[in-house]
Design a protein around this ligand. Structure first.
Ligand SMILES: [Mg+2]
Length: 187
């Protein structure tokens, strides 16, 4: 089963041009300005768990490849170009999914029937359609709400209370992923 992890507010939280804060790592992002990000404390646990099920676990983001690569490198998440699906992938997929479940990415074909996306936000920022409509648009009719695993948003708060809540969110997300795995094995 393929697993896709959202980046922003799922694995990291970023702020634009904010004053220095010791919890954040800052990078100058090309001409776009300076951004500071916090790694979600449970991010690597989530990635490691996902990789134990899908060695090709990938980032799926409506941001750009450069953005995702930059933060993956900063926080040593270990995603290379072949494991990041960015906003340009959406364009690629959108034109390739009509009538089929396979999409083409880097000359590889992916069947998304049993793919899941772990995302803090049910509304991906793409056009104005409803979330399900969007996902059907992108992935074809094999994609439904069951492919979507909602995870509590990470807002950069790394207090003890927030960490506790995140650990519960990680637990829940892992359980949901395992449920999907079981389902994909019986289908
Ligand atoms: Mg997000």
């Amino acid at each position: 089963m393929r697993i896709f992890l959202d980046l922003d507010d799922t694995l990291i939280h970023s702020v634009y041009n904010h004053k220095n804060n010791k919890n954040r790592t800052y990078i100058q992002f090309k001409d776009d300005g300076r951004y500071g990000s916090v790694e979600r404390p449970i991010a690597k646990d989530l990635i490691q768990f996902a990789r134990s099920i899908d060695p090709d676990v990938s980032i799926l983001t409506t941001a750009t490849m450069d953005w995702a690569m930059a933060w993956s490198n900063v926080f040593q998440f270990g995603f290379d170009e072949n494991h990041i699906y960015d906003r340009h992938a959406f364009t690629t997929w959108r034109t390739s999914i009509y009538g089929g479940t396979d999409i083409i990415w880097n000359e590889k074909s992916l069947n998304l029937k049993h793919a899941v996306i772990v995302d803090n936000n049910h509304l991906i920022n793409l056009h104005d359609a409803s979330p399900i409509h969007k996902m059907n648009f992108l992935f074809g009719e094999d994609f439904d709400d069951e492919n979507w695993i909602h995870m509590r948003a990470f807002d950069g708060n790394v207090s003890a209370d927030a960490l506790k809540a995140d650990e519960r969110a990680l637990d829940l997300t892992q359980k949901k992923i395992l449920e999907r795995v079981e389902k994909s094995l019986t289908n």
